[in-house]
Write a protein of this length. Structure first.
Length: 101
């Protein structure tokens, strides 16, 4: 990704075309914005450019995974119109403890 004003690289958006539910989609493996360039709209611009590229390639959509603890990324994806397709849940337990004791 490049900052259009400064013409410098500010991050990376790593994708691959995959088959998902019988459709070809762009799958986002990673998005990273360098610390000094975060919160300036670079990720939003990158994802909007990805939408254009996916359309040009005839892809049906864009898929990605976001960790539950990553509230900032989750908020970005919701703002851009992404919807959850599944939810993984986890509960930590203490080794050796028993329920009800």
């Amino acid at each position: 990704m490049r900052d259009p004003a400064a013409q410098v690289n500010v991050g990376t958006l790593w994708i691959a075309v995959q088959q998902r539910a019988g459709k070809r989609v762009a799958y986002v493996y990673d998005v990273a914005i360098e610390a000094g360039h975060q919160r300036k709209g670079h990720a939003t611009r990158a994802f909007l450019a990805l939408e254009e590229k996916a359309r040009a390639l005839g892809l049906a959509g864009i898929a990605l995974h976001v960790f539950g603890h990553n509230a900032a990324a989750h908020a970005l994806y919701v703002k851009l119109g992404y919807l959850p397709t599944n939810v993984n849940m986890y509960k930590s337990i203490e080794v050796g403890s028993c329920a009800g004791t």
